[in-house]
Design a protein around this ligand. Structure first.
Ligand SMILES: C[S@@+](CC[C@H](N)C(=O)[O-])C[C@H]1O[C@@H](n2cnc3c(N)ncnc32)[C@H](O)[C@@H]1O
Length: 252
């Protein structure tokens, strides 16, 4: 019951309030002439979440947000996108962290969907330097810990989660090429990673499938990578209004 309430609250109540508060904070930052390090000016055109996915009766679990998780409104949008995937589709997340988003993708996606989620083992050397201030998300006892609590209650759905380990810049994405209905990019926020994870996402998304990036308007590296890409390639990237999500659908 409570999961249904949070499903409704996320996009119908929290999201509109959050949109307003972002606008006000950006406006105040501009007139005071100083912006927080985690409030970048966002230049991509905006789109309503309702234009990106059909609103469905989704359910959300693990409501508490840890530093590193998406907001509840963003979780609601992602769960709607998962709910609208075709049965049996592949979903891919770069950056598992504690598995809160992974769990909600798996519990909302239709029957037979598989959720693949990639995370960096703390001891692994990386191809590029990760961003300052994100080490705490890498150094954790276990990736995807929040999913485990649900294994007994939801064995079939939790069994669809496939945890993968490696550096997203050197990981072999060949088995997922052109096969994913939803790719969620939420790994390192360093510019080089935002670019290389985007290349990986573009290689994995299937025709008609969607890529969503997190932390646009928050981390400088993500902003720079996505705005440069849009300026060069005119893909049609859109910032989902009231969120730090960027949305793109592969048309052909
Ligand atoms: C912001 S958190 C992900 C949050 C998660 N998607 C959620 O919604 O709760 C970023 C994650 O990316 C992982 N990460 C950072 N650098 C990475 C890399 N080079 N390759 C793979 N994963 C990486 C971190 O270990 C961390 O778990």
């Amino acid at each position: 019951m409570i999961s249904r309430y949070f499903g409704f609250y996320s996009t119908h109540l929290y999201l509109p309030g959050s949109a307003l508060s972002r606008k006000v904070r950006r406006f105040l930052g501009r007139i005071r002439g100083k912006q927080s390090r985690f409030l970048q000016q966002a230049r991509l055109p905006q789109v309503s979440w309702r234009e990106c996915t059909r609103p469905r009766a989704i359910r959300l679990w693990e409501h508490r947000k840890e530093n590193g998780n998406v907001r509840i409104s963003e979780l609601g949008v992602l769960a709607n996108l998962a709910r609208n995937c075709a049965p049996g589709a592949n979903l891919f997340e770069i950056g598992t962290f504690d598995g809160r988003t992974t769990l909600n993708l798996a519990l909302n996606a239709p029957d037979g969907c598989q959720v693949h989620t990639l995370d960096l083992p703390p001891e692994m050397a990386t191809k590029f330097a990760i961003a300052e201030g994100e080490r705490h998300m890498v150094d954790k006892p276990r990736s995807g810990a929040r999913c485990e609590k649900y294994r007994e209650r939801e064995p079939e759905r939790i069994g669809r989660i496939h945890q993968l380990y490696g550096d997203s810049a050197t990981f072999d994405y060949t088995p997922y090429r052109d096969s994913c209905a939803l790719v969620f990019v939420d790994g390192s926020h360093a510019y080089e990673y935002a670019l290389s994870d985007t290349r990986a996402a573009l290689s994995m998304v299937t025709k008609g499938g969607v890529i969503v990036w997190h932390d646009y308007g928050i981390w400088e590296g993500v902003n720079r990578a996505l705005e440069e890409l849009e300026a060069k390639e005119h893909l049609g990237l859109r910032n989902i209004r009231g969120t730090s999500l960027v949305f793109w659908r592969r048309e052909n």
